[in-house]
Design a protein around this ligand. Structure first.
Ligand code: ATP
Ligand code: MG
Length: 580
């Protein structure tokens, strides 16, 4: 199912391929097992972290990282931190800081009291940077960004040293202090690590440690006119927090030598409180969606979706509003495992995990999304039957509910076919079908409107679901709602937000937006049984044969129901021959 075999689990979803059942441990567990065997972390224990930049909402890829990190901490009896990597004030906001915490909590990852911010370490980092300057490992550089780029070289050509590279440490220290005091304009100077301009790894060609940016930071206000780079923050923050395994995605593989170089220098200077190690794994990609924060932001700001929590978005917010459960997201992440090679996972895996959880937990109800009127002509009076229907077929403890079947009801328009093929076991002229939990209806007459469209069916009714017709068992079973007691319900039906499996691959001269699916949302007014209309916001139900639905936490109110389809059903019992 995955697009690239390298990371593909070997059994399809739903066939018991949970991580725990695997004979072998994943490569990260193997590394940690070896570290534990070597007694490396016995004293401090395993310690992981999730380090989001608060510049957007979390998505399903982040969920993988969160659950991987927190899961390892739990598995090894260690600790898990949440740390905001808030070193770039221009794009970061408190709104994201709050939302990220809520989403991490929703996923079930627990940082206990260990919530940190890289900005908490600005003072320490500044002090350590001065020590690196003193030891000859860093210098203040006056080159502009463009000049620096020019001297940087390429993948095939070595770089050239900056003319400021051999500036005396004393002078650099003084300038660095002036940078910190706000004496220079944005971009006028940088602090750079003094490593190797000829290194084949461009990350080691005297990388920038500090930039001048007179920007307001959501936590430190206007205290700092200089901001540390990602590379000169991340590993140091890990070390300060006692992180043992700093797990990140593959694009940081080329940064690992720099991560280690900073740690080595600080260790030599006896400044490093603990030694973390970086391990990279493949980021999660899903079919039919984009995962880049920049693109997700663009979808929101340009109004292609209703917001970060639009149920079509791959954001945690979106999945939540769609009705996905955290149990399902956790099961999905566990099932896909971790790999060292990038791959794209079929969205079906995620949907299957949701189905599995909701199949166990959601109560069954009946709703008709495209109603066709049916009159039971031989019913005397208004009520044909009071039906006792199971709330959950596999869980008798969920009890039963009573649903009235009146003389007039609604069925799905596509459960009737005027000119039906032989294998069509639902309703057709002269044919019989079982009405779920009520009895058998036989179509005697088809009434059409002026345009020739089927407007109503006239049927006879036997109030016994097991009754034989012409000595034969009735094959099909369909759902229905009673016209007299049903309620209207807004129902949103979703399809993929993009019409192509890999929306990042744009058509010639276009961009990912050209791949948007114009039919990704269809809103209809359904007819629902009375219990559905009373649903509390946030309730999850199975509408029989239609899928799992979620009472929208914002739009739905008891008496004024509004449901989102979380996921369709894989199998429908009507086609399989039906039950009662
Ligand atoms: P950017 O850095 O461009 O803003 P990002 O998606 O990397 O985007 P971060 O907030 O830096 O966002 O990510 C936090 C953590 O989540 C990082 O450790 C990152 O490696 C991990 N992560 C991000 N995207 C994915 C993904 N698709 N699959 C797995 N982990 C991911
Ligand atoms: Mg990142």
């Amino acid at each position: 199912m995955a697009k690239d075999d390298a990371a593909a689990p070997d059994t399809p979803p739903g066939e018991g391929d949970k991580a725990g059942d695997r004979p072998s441990r994943n490569f990260i567990q193997q590394i940690i097992d070896a570290d534990v065997a070597e007694d490396r972390h016995t004293r401090v224990g395993i310690h992981t972290r999730f380090p989001p930049e608060p510049n957007g909402y979390l998505h399903i890829g982040h969920a993988k990282s969160i659950l991987l990190n927190s899961g390892l901490a739990t598995e090894y009896g260690g600790k898990f931190n949440l740390r905001f990597d808030d070193t770039n004030p221009a794009k970061e906001e408190q709104e994201y800081v709050d939302a990220i915490q809520e989403d991490v909590r929703w996923l079930g990852a627990d940082w206990e009291n260990r919530l940190f911010y890289a900005s908490d370490y600005f003072e320490t980092l500044f002090g350590w940077a001065k020590e690196l300057i003193r030891a000859g490992h860093a210098y203040v550089c006056d080159l502009s960004a463009d000049e620096m780029r020019e001297l940087r070289g390429t993948l095939t050509e070595p770089g050239k040293p900056s003319p400021y590279r051999d500036r005396p440490a004393e002078e650099s220290l003084k300038l660095f202090q002036q940078m910190r005091e706000g004496e220079f304009a944005d971009g006028a100077k940088t602090l750079r690590a003094k490593i190797d301009m000829a290194s084949p790894n461009v990350n080691l060609r005297d990388p920038v440690m500090y930039r001048i940016k007179h920007a307001h930071h959501q936590r430190t206000g206007d205290d700092w006119p200089i901001y540390p780079s990602y590379d000169w923050t991340h590993g140091q923050s890990d070390a300060m927090e006692g992180i043992t395994h700093s797990i990140c995605t593959l694009e940081f593989e080329n940064h690992r030598p720099l991560y280690d170089w900073f740690c080595d220098r600080l260790e030599e200077l006896k400044l490093l409180p603990a030694r973390p190690r970086q391990i990279e794994f493949a980021r999660l990609n899903l079919t039919y969606t984009v995962m880049s924060k920049r693109k997700l932001l663009q979808l929101v700001t340009e109004g292609h979706v209703a917001g970060w929590d639009d149920p079509r978005m791959p954001t945690i917010r979106g999945l939540r509003r769609r009705g996905y459960t955290s149990e399902a997201v956790r099961a999905f992440c566990e099932r896909i495992g971790v790999a060292k090679f990038n791959s794209t996972i079929d969205r079906l895996w995620l949907e299957d995990a949701v189905r599995e959880h909701l199949n166990r937990t959601a109560l069954r109800r009946m709703a008709v999304i495209d109603p066709l009127r049916v009159v039971l002509t031989d019913v005397d009076g208004e009520v044909a039957k009071q039906c006792q229907l199971d709330n959950h077929p596999q869980d008798p403890e969920q009890g039963v509910r009573t649903v009235t079947l009146g003389r007039v009801l609604y069925i799905e328009r596509d459960d009737f076919m005027e000119e039906a093929p032989k294998k069509f076991f639902r309703l057709k002229p002269g044919g019989s079908v079982r009405l779920r939990g009520a009895g058998i209806a036989t179509c005697q007459e088809v009434i059409k409107d002026d345009e020739g469209r089927v407007a109503e069916l006239r049927c006879t009714f036997i109030p016994d679901t097991t009754a034989l017709v012409d000595g034969k068992k009735v094959k099909g079973t369909i759902h229905w709602v009673d016209a007299a007691t049903c309620h209207d319900c807004t129902v949103r039906l979703y399809d993929h937000l993009f019409k192509t499996e890999n929306p990042d691959k744009a058509p010639e001269g276009g961009d990912f937006l050209d791949n948007l699916n114009p039919d990704s949302l269809r809103t209809v007014t359904a007819k629902v049984e009375p219990t559905v209309a009373e649903a509390e916001p946030g309730e999850r139900l199975q509408f029989e044969r239609l899928g799992y639905f979620y009472a929208d936490p914002i739009d739905s109110k008891p008496g004024k129901p509004s449901f989102n389809r979380t996921v369709t059903l894989r199998d429908t019992w009507s086609k399989a021959g039906g039950s009662k």
